[in-house]
Design a binder for this molecule. Sequence first.
Ligand code: DON
Length: 571
Amino acid sequence: MLIPSRMIRVILSVALATLLLSLTPFADAKKPSEKPPGVAIAAAHGLATDAGLQILRDGGNAFDAAIAVSSTLAVVEPISSGIGGGGFFLLHDANKDRDIFLDARETAPASATPQAYLDKDGGLDRDRAENGPWSAGIPGLPAALVHLQKHYGRLPLKTTLAPAIRIAREGFPIYARLAKGYGSRRTVMERYPGTRAVFLADGDAPEEGEVLKQPDLARTLELLASKGFDGFYRGDTADKLLAGVKAEGGQWTAAELASYRVREREPLRFKYRDWDIVTAPPPSSGGVALAEMLHVLEGWDLSKLDAAHRTHVIAEAMRRAFRDRTIYLGDPDFVEAPVARLISRDYAAGLRATIHPDKATPSDLLSGQPAPLEDDETTHFSIIDADGNRVSATQTVNLLYGSGLIPPGTGVLLNDEMDDFALRPGTPNAFGVMGFAANAPQAGKRMLSSMTPTFMLSPQRVTALGARGGSRIITQVLLGILGYDAGLRAQQVSASPRFHHQWMPDAISAEAGALDAGTIAALQAMGHKVNAGESVWGDVETVEWNRATHTLSVGSDPRNPVAKAEVVLAP
Ligand code: DON
């Protein structure tokens, strides 16, 4: 594990907090509590967690805090997400006892026809797919922040965006992952004058410990705060975005920006054992895959299996769900996916029947074509407030630093989410992701995603969780759900070792140390290929309210040294 001393510190502090809380008078309460004893936030950067906590102290609710956390992450993690990208926000409005899935996924501009991404030999033009203006979809995150404020928040955007604006203007210390990621993307980023103006402002590449200031981004956020939707999608910012995209040979129109809309969708719901799972519907593939996997796994008492057989059946469930992800799913506003069938128990029973108890199923025996292996960016945060409102949100610019393109004068690093479309049917993208007609690009369509913000509820326990890491987001959330179900606390869920199978490539990948030698040997004897020594991946940020013990707890991923999760008990 990367940072054992930090992990031990976090685990010890959680253990201490649990012990202290268990001594409170609430511990014996017979009735589950109606409201949490305080607030909790877990996010991938401490400045974002602090911004959210400040907004809660200032009288905001979880949705106001989400605006502060999301916008601050957009400033301090340009490598992962930003207002040039998109995201999904799963909300629970405690007052109305209602769950909402806010879809702020990017949309394809009309110029993004499949032909636009072919090279002269008819192959996929990877540079266009991953770098610069053609790789960028119309951003969704700014519209999500405005929508959250208008429909769910208590405080004005001027208040909730203030921390992000201040940090953009005054700067924040560059951390190792940011500097290292810049190194691997710099040749692309330094193609563009607007990007050079931000990242080479002091004359050289960002280094750990230096301060990164983003004054143009501060101004763009101020316009969003004062003018709302029109402050980004029309007027000065829009003009600069359009000019910057055009200057690099891309084609966006003013109408495409002005007509961007978030969508409120019904979350996907299903039961796993005693839990109600509330999660991401299409255009995320995550919820459907989770339902398939968990319904398949309900056929076993996982606690009774030895480690090798437990890993085997989980990997087989993963393999089957990922095959379906590739073939069936896309934007529900454009394609009709057989979601009801895929998440049904009957379908799962059929899949389960194809799993041999002691033998791996070779992936090419399942009909379909090869699929995903994405990388390790994006960001997730989870929030619960003292009224029981909750947010589980995952947001992204896709690959490291998105498209690399900042239209001059905006500070907005555009995403490269177009690569999540099947730009050329059957051709895997940089990370092995492929798809077919359901996920082909089309004007106004949203590209398929793996982001899986989730709630997991029982009469006693209420949790919010999610992760970053491309296709591995889905399996991190799966393992998180299985962990909570097995009785783990939030911090243990974040820290748990990870393994993953995604149908193609036909192998179980595992973090070094996640599987012991005996388990690996047993899996190999069953016919699994096991890549057991992979470096750690992902980032699970989770919060839990235990209504029976009247406690709040948080899980901050020890793999990420700048992550921070905190519980603040009501006075
Ligand atoms: O929406 C998705 O599934 C991806 N754009 C998320 C990307 C990610 O998590 C990390 N890297 N590509």
